[in-house]
Design a protein around this ligand. Structure first.
Ligand SMILES: Cc1cc2nc3c(=O)[nH]c(=O)nc-3n(C[C@H](O)[C@H](O)[C@H](O)COP(=O)(O)OP(=O)(O)OC[C@H]3O[C@@H](n4cnc5c(N)ncnc54)[C@H](O)[C@@H]3O)c2cc1C
Length: 300
C-alpha cells in the first residue's frame, strides 16, 4: 500500500517469502482467537480487499469459496458469519458425526505460496524488489530508511525485547485433492482443530495449536491424526496422496502491537503479533500503518 501510494520504500526480510510463517498458513479468512476491539474492522477491510483480488483472477492466489463451519458443542453462531454471502444454518444430515451445529458461508481462501508470489510481483510493478537482509536492531533498520515499519512477526521478540510475543506451533498436511470444492472448518479453539481447505488440485488439511513447542520438524503422529480426523468428515480423504507437511510458528501476542514509537534515530511503526489470524486482518492493519505513516509526515 505504501509503495502504491507513490512513496519510496524498501522491503527487507531475513527469510525469503516462501520460508515465512505466512507461507505455512492455510489460509482461510475468519476473525478467530482475538479479543481485540480493532479486529472486526481490520477483518472487514481485509475481506473486501481479498474479495476484490479473487475477482481479478487465479494468479492472485485468492478465491471466495462456500464452506461449512461446525461446532461439537452448542455455541452461538458468530455475528460476523451471519453477514456473509451464502450464510445459512446447516441441516442435521449435513453435519458430520460428532458435531452439534454448523453454518455455511462464503469466505476468502488464500493459497499462500501463490499469493505471496503475487504480492512480490505486485511490488515489482511499483519498482520495489524484496531484499534479503536480516536486521539486527531497530537502529539498523533506521539506517535504511527514516521510518521503519516493523512487521517481523515472531522476530519482533528479539528486535524489540517484547517478551509477550510467543510462538504457537501449527502443523498442516497437504494432499492431492480428490475433488473437494468446499471448505470445512471446525469452530474455534480446540487444540486440534479439524479443517480442510481446497486449493485447486491440492487440499490443505489441519491442524494443530501447540503453545510450548518451537520445532519446525513435521511430527508424524500429528500428521496421522490430522489425516484421520479429516477422513471422518470426508471419507474420500482416507487414501489421499500426501504431498507435503507444513509447520509454522504463529506469532502469538495477547493483542496485536500496531502503534507508533519515537526512538532516538527516527520513527518506528510496529505491526506484529497477529497470532493465528494474520492473513485475516492483514489489509486492515496495513491501512492503519498507512494512517500512522501519514501522521509522521504531518509531524515532520
Ligand atoms: C499452520 C498455520 C495455519 C494458519 N492459518 C491461518 C488462517 O487460516 N488464517 C489466518 O488469517 N491466519 C492463519 N495463520 C496465521 C498467519 O500465518 C500469521 O498470523 C501471519 O502469517 C503472520 O504474518 P507476519 O507477516 O506477521 O509474520 P511472518 O510471516 O513470520 O513474517 C515475518 C517477516 O519478518 C522477517 N523478519 C523477522 N525478523 C527479522 C529481522 N530481524 N530482520 C529482517 N527480517 C526479519 C521474516 O523473515 C519474515 O519475512 C496460520 C498460521 C499457521 C502457522
Amino acid at each position: 500500500m505504501l509503495a502504491e501510494s507513490g512513496r519510496r520504500i524498501r522491503v527487507v526480510t531475513r527469510d525469503p517469502p516462501l520460508a515465512t510463517t505466512s507461507c505455512a498458513a492455510g489460509a482461510l479468512w475468519g476473525p478467530y482467537l482475538f479479543s481485540d476491539e480493532r479486529v472486526p474492522g481490520w477483518s472487514e477491510v481485509t475481506r473486501q480487499e481479498l474479495t476484490d483480488l479473487a475477482k481479478q483472477g487465479e494468479h492472485t492466489g485468492v478465491r471466495v469459496l462456500l464452506g461449512l463451519e461446525a461446532a461439537r458443542v452448542q455455541v452461538p453462531v458468530p455475528a460476523w458469519a451471519q453477514h456473509l454471502a451464502g450464510y445459512r444454518r446447516a441441516t442435521g444430515p449435513e453435519l458430520p458425526a460428532g458435531f452439534r451445529l454448523g453454518w455455511w458461508y462464503h469466505a476468502p481462501l488464500v493459497d499462500m505460496p501463490a499469493y505471496l508470489g503475487y504480492l512480490v510481483e505486485r511490488l515489482r510493478w511499483s519498482r520495489v524488489q524484496v531484499e534479503l537482509i536480516g536486521v539486527p536492531s531497530l537502529d539498523r533498520a533506521l539506517e535504511l530508511a527514516p521510518i521503519a515499519v516493523n512487521c517481523t512477526g515472531l522476530g519482533a521478540a528479539a528486535l524489540t525485547g517484547d517478551r509477550s510475543v510467543q510462538p504457537v506451533r501449527g502443523q498442516l498436511v497437504v494432499v492431492r485433492n480428490p475433488g473437494i470444492d468446499w471448505f470445512f472448518a471446525e469452530h474455534d479453539e480446540s487444540p486440534a482443530p479439524t479443517y480442510f481447505l481446497p486449493h485447486g488440485d491440492r487440499l490443505v488439511l489441519g491442524g494443530s495449536i501447540e503453545a510450548d513447542r518451537h520445532d519446525l520438524r513435521p511430527d508424524r503422529d500429528i500428521a496421522t491424526a490430522i489425516l484421520e480426523r479429516c477422513a471422518t468428515i470426508a471419507p474420500e480423504l482416507r487414501h489421499a496422496e500426501v504431498i507435503e507437511d507444513r509447520v509454522g510458528l504463529r506469532p502469538h501476542r495477547p493483542t496485536v502491537r500496531l502503534e507508533y514509537e519515537r526512538v532516538d534515530r527516527g520513527h518506528v511503526i510496529h505491526n506484529y503479533g497477529h497470532g493465528g489470524a494474520g492473513v485475516t486482518v492483514s489489509w486492515g492493519c496495513a491501512r492503519d500503518v498507512m494512517r500512522l505513516v501519514h501522521q509522521v509526515d504531518n509531524q515532520t
